[in-house]
Design a protein around this ligand. Structure first.
Ligand code: GUN
Length: 306
């Protein structure tokens, strides 16, 4: 009551957003998937199988791929990690994909991007069976997604959407702003939010009135790949902020000499937002959880159709 009531915003003038814990939610989902897989394998049925192909020796790609492999093992999946030399020809890679398309133990195929420049990325992505395309990178699946069909959905955008759902954040009728128009995140994110009946705006590097668009947004998904590009002062009071950016910036105070920051100026945005994802530990960990979820779904669909 009165002056003694514990009103943080009154005394400190600061109301901080609820931090969306993507690390915890992703662990929860991975636990749920592991339980389902155990139920399947306890009956003697084969587990979901995921094949990941990496061409070349990019350190970053190898780190991603070994994280995916570890997640598969923890969830009880059958996992294949195929590392091909940088000189692999397009024909050899297409042959590998064909083998995996016809391998009954494999339900999901992921080609780690980027590919070496002598390989035509579109030709490769189109070769992945739509039923096994757990990244949803085959243009046919991208089309199905836009048609609102029941199809596999791309991992990072569906992970961001899952965070909204698990935190029971309403989407329908909200003004959602997606900042970034990449094929991997921005475009499919806008599609998924439209499918959830949000009113969606896509902004990008050439957008002229970004601060104004941000001030009108109930939900912002930042996926532009520029450190702290979206300023806290642009965020509307009680906006929900999902930050997909993972940018490495110099930090002499860190033992590693760098730190990871998102596309949003986090500290300032958290003073205005109702919910916000941190970087790291927000949207990032959801990608692998959704990859496992997609592989499990692909397995069910493949077995039911055969
Ligand atoms: N490279 C960077 N992100 C991704 C992703 O989500 N999937 C694949 N296949 N490659 C990537």
């Amino acid at each position: 009551m009165g002056v003694y009531s514990p009103c943080k915003s009154f005394f400190q003038g600061i109301k901080l957003a609820t931090i969306i814990n993507g690390k915890e939610i992703s662990q929860q989902i991975r636990g749920e998937i592991a339980n389902t897989v155990k139920t399947i394998t306890d009956t003697g049925a084969p587990p979901p199988g995921l094949a990941v192909i990496i061409v070349g020796d990019s350190k970053a790609s190898q780190v991603y791929v070994s994280a995916k492999k570890k997640a598969c093992e923890q969830a009880g999946f059958y996992s294949l990690e195929i590392i091909l030399p940088a000189e692999t020809t397009q024909a050899q890679l297409l042959q590998k994909i064909d083998d995996l398309n016809n391998d009954a133990k494999i339900h999901g195929i992921l080609i780690q991007l980027p590919l070496p420049s002598h390989i035509n990325e579109s030709a490769i992505l189109e070769a992945i069976s739509t039923d096994k395309d757990v990244d949803c990178f085959n243009p046919k699946n991208f089309g199905y997604l836009n048609l609102g069909a029941d199809c596999l959905q791309p991992c990072t955008p569906s992970g961001a959407l899952e965070l909204l759902k698990r935190y029971q954040i309403p989407i329908e009728g909200k003004n959602a702003l997606v900042v970034g128009r990449s094929n991997i995140v921005g475009k499919p994110m806008a599609t998924l939010l439209t499918r959830e009946n949000a009113t969606v705006t896509i902004a990008h590097s050439r957008t002229k009135n970004l601060p104004e668009l941000c001030k009108n947004a109930d939900i912002i998904v930042a996926a532009i790949g520029k450190p702290e590009f979206i300023k806290g002062a642009w965020i509307k009071e009680n906006c929900v902020v999902l930050d997909v950016g993972t940018n490495s910036v110099n930090d002499p105070t860190s033992p590693k000499g760098y730190k990871l920051v998102g596309d949003v100026e986090y500290e300032e945005a958290a003073k205005r937002a109702s919910f916000i994802t941190p970087v790291p530990g927000g949207v990032g960990p959801m990608t692998i959880a959704m990859l496992l979820s997609n592989t499990l779904k692909a397995r069910e669909k493949l077995l039911n159709n055969n």
